[in-house]
Unconditional design. Structure first.
Length: 347
């Protein structure tokens, strides 16, 4: 009897040792996914057993029971957070569990493009299937209230950048982040602005920055263009910039800027007719454009004209400018500004 008991103890010990070794091998073994990665969703309230069964059904682990025993024998977290996860080839079951336990859900990216206007932004957000829409069919005033913005107009209130978010993030949450980012950049740039500039408020800086953003595709020209506009403002000259007129025409603009548009006194954004800055920004300027608006280049240039290659010819006198216009521009203005090329239009 004693010998039999001893044999049973030895066999049990060997069995437990083998089981323990199997669990540890399972715990740290890299899984293989042919496609490199796979999305995995955990519903709210799911148990560990449910999650383990899902992993096994998808072929990510061999047996669901091993996943459960791995947790019990290694004092690992016994709860998981709901959400959408990205499981990558090479991860171990332990790494997968810790990802679930820590809620490291899959991140998606969304880029607000420099120079987009707010209706382009809203269209792109509406078409993004991972962002939950709550602002659809809301008026501009309702959107302002829902975002808790202390502004009268939505334009220019969201910082161009690439933002990361989780599936199900609402458009309200996303836009609030972009607005906070804009205000932080604007406050920082305003605090370090150049002396003796004709810009009196941070909002005026945002308006000018939006015009600079729409006027050039060449980064090195931003401060120079800002300098031209700053000197024109100082001299009480009209800005006479096409992008403001185009913005005032709205979504009906067909790409063909005509003489009648330049003469239209009813367009509050017609800087060929109004003096000073337009009433609001005309786009969403990036940090560099905001910086340029508040740090204009010095000089005597009062004019510039597009050369057709993305750059501009700058002039100090009207005579020189008129000669440049004859050289570089055709009679019919067909504008394709760099912030709204076809390959950058939101879906």
């Amino acid at each position: 009897m004693g010998k039999l008991l001893g044999i049973l103890i030895i066999v049990s010990s060997l069995g437990l040792g083998w089981f323990w070794q199997s669990i540890n091998h399972f715990k740290d073994s890299a899984i293989h996914i042919d496609s490199g990665s796979v999305d995995f969703s955990i519903k709210a309230g799911s148990s560990l057993t449910t999650v383990a069964n899902q992993l096994a059904q998808k072929g990510l682990i061999d047996k669901s029971s091993l996943f459960v025993w791995m947790i019990r024998l290694n004092n690992l977290p016994a709860s998981v957070q709901s959400g959408e996860y990205l499981i990558q080839s090479g991860m171990s079951p332990k790494e997968i569990l810790l990802m679930f336990a820590n809620g490291k859900v899959k991140q998606y990216s969304f880029t607000i493009v420099e120079g987009w206007n707010y209706w382009q932004l809203f269209k792109a957000i509406k078409n993004n299937t991972k962002i939950k829409n709550k602002l659809v069919d809301k008026s501009n005033q309702e959107v302002i209230q829902l975002l808790d913005l202390d502004v009268e107009h939505l334009e220019g209130q969201f910082l161009p950048d690439t933002y990361y978010f989780t599936a199900g993030t609402t458009d309200i949450e996303f836009l609030k982040r972009a607005n906070v980012a804009l205000n932080e950049v604007l406050a920082s740039e305003w605090a370090s602005k150049s002396n003796n500039i004709p810009i009196k408020t941070a909002y005026e800086a945002l308006i000018l920055a939006s015009i600079v953003e729409k006027e050039t595709a060449v980064a090195s020209e931003r401060k120079r263009i800002s300098g031209v506009f700053s000197r024109r403002l100082e001299k009480k000259m009209r800005l006479q910039t096409d992008p403001t007129i185009i913005y005032g025409l709205g979504q009906t603009f067909d790409g063909n800027l005509k003489k009648k548009h330049l003469k239209d006194k009813s367009n509050p954004y017609n800087t060929y007719r109004i003096k000073g800055l337009p009433p609001t920004p005309i786009a969403m300027p990036g940090r560099d454009a905001i910086h340029a608006a508040l740090h204009p280049a010095s000089g005597e240039e009062l004019y510039f004209v597009a050369k057709g290659d993305g750059s501009h010819h700058f002039s100090s006198t009207n005579t020189e400018h008129n000669a440049a216009v004859r050289k570089y521009q055709i009679k019919q203005r067909k504008i394709n500004y760099r912030s709204t090329p076809k390959d950058k239009e939101p879906g």
